[in-house]
Design a protein around this ligand. Sequence first.
Ligand SMILES: Nc1ncnc2c1ncn2[C@@H]1O[C@H](COP(=O)(O)OP(=O)(O)OP(=O)(O)O)[C@@H](O)[C@H]1O
Length: 594
Amino acid sequence: MREAREAFRRFWPLTRGDRGWMLVIVACVVVSALAETAAILLFAQLTDNALKEGSLSAFWGPAGAWLGVAVLGALVGYLGNSLATWTAERFVLRLRARTFAHVQGLPPHFFQQHRQGDLVERLTGDVEAIEQLVVSGVVGTVSAAFSAVFYSAAALYLRWDLALATFLLAPLFLLAARRFSGRIKQASRDERVADGAITSVVEESLGNVVLTQAYNRRADEERRLDREARAWMRASVRGARLSEMYEQFVEVVETLCVLAVVGLGVWEISAGRMTLGTLLAFAAFIGYLYPPVRSLGQLGLTVTAATAGADRITEILDARPAVADPAAPVPSWPVHGHIAFHGVGFTYPDTPRPSLTDLTLTASPGELILVTGASGAGKSTLAKLLTRFYDPDAGVITLDGVPLTDVPLEFLRENVALLPQQTLVLNGTIHENIACGRPGATDREIEDAARAAAAHAFISALPEGYATPIAPGTAALSGGQLQRIAIARAMLRAAPVLVLDEPTAGLDSVAARQIVQPLRRLMSGRTTIMITHDLSLAAEADRILLIDEGRLLATGTHDTLMRTCPAYTRLTEPWSTAPAARRHWAEDTLVLRR
Ligand SMILES: Nc1ncnc2c1ncn2[C@@H]1O[C@H](COP(=O)(O)OP(=O)(O)OP(=O)(O)O)[C@@H](O)[C@H]1O
């Protein structure tokens, strides 16, 4: 119960703005209960007067009133139920938006630790489970409590002694709920986890379908899904069985109560102390009393099931972004593109070894700095620090002499454009994919960027041209074409600093060659930090940084390093001995314009 209280405290603030509506819903339920109470009393009146005496004149008055009460009850019931759904969905909308916004700001390692499918499940199923606790739970409890009080009061008013006798059986409901709640909670927690696992397996398998087919892994993937689906089935069946057991038990208890009432009533009628109408009305009140009492008893079950979802959302909301906007940000300025790392050190969260140690580097506006080194040396980490996905643990990184931690994040990312290793595609048209480089860019500017990125020709040749829809993983374009779209996007961004992380990785020599010119145009006049294993551009770089195990091993121009650094010479060997077709950078005679 402590968990439920904490979950409630955490998510209740999200109902702000809807609490007035929640009160209206409760008021509707109260009016509905009053209408039901009036209808039952009118029914008793009809039974004792019109029905027993067969008098039509005694029928019209109560019948008209009953109809009026029924219409009022229907209107209020409709209003209350519609409002309840609306309020509940608004809560789901708000919680989902808040969780999604939070997830979007989380650092890369969070996504490595959580499977995507599981996160999807949390943002869909678990968000709805919390609504059951916070909105429907509160409205349902207050409404049930009011209804229970009304019907009990009406039953007491009709026959207090009979009412008290039936109330004695009420604790049986609570006892049953208590017995079942723990086991139902475990089952629903298991079901939620299994739901997440199924979504993950389906997502991963479909995303990897080429690998699956090429390596005959279909049976393995099917087995993986089968394993998760069976776990889900077990949890789901267990949960349904427990709920059903609880329902049936409560049914039996209810029947017991009705039989007790009827038995006592028959005895009272035979003794002449009660009319048939009173007995029927009394039995009706007891009948109406069960659903609210039952839902109060079940409240514990709903709450325990919902806390399973709340735990999983809380875990996301408690994950902290690795970086935050500065408390006292510097005002924006026309960025020139001076970059400096001063003694920078960084260790990824929960890892024992530092990925960068005491790294110092400077880049002046328009310079091309090449960062190279063995796989795992820390090159991409440097890019992540420069674009502020993480802050260094030691040292400081500056842009035009201003520490990055003082620069507003949005401004920083407007001025430091990243071209990551994998080509990122948005779900939209090619036009939209380029335009997101600079929202508000005109069609003309987009086309110019595409021309400069050598993408205009192949885009125009597509049947739908710039309006061709593309989506992650489904784009019918080659790796090189996608990379040129990414270059056009970066071109449009017009940021003075450019971070290129392995721009030719994953491309064959022909495709790599096709992006040489566009990349040169992109780099021209910008401070460029290029992370690469491909050293064919080394001769053109202003400086080369050789990183080894997170440390700067050597720095200098290509010629200097060739003379002084054997480790560097070894790295260049594949390029100096490679066939002509692979030396695409060096062959290109264009000199960088700075
Ligand atoms: N998210 C992460 N969490 C923990 N450790 C990480 C993470 N990302 C990278 N590392 C570790 O940091 C070190 C440097 O990784 P980094 O990706 O910067 O290397 P790299 O030089 O870019 O390698 P490659 O050339 O293969 O891309 C590696 O030991 C890697 O295992």
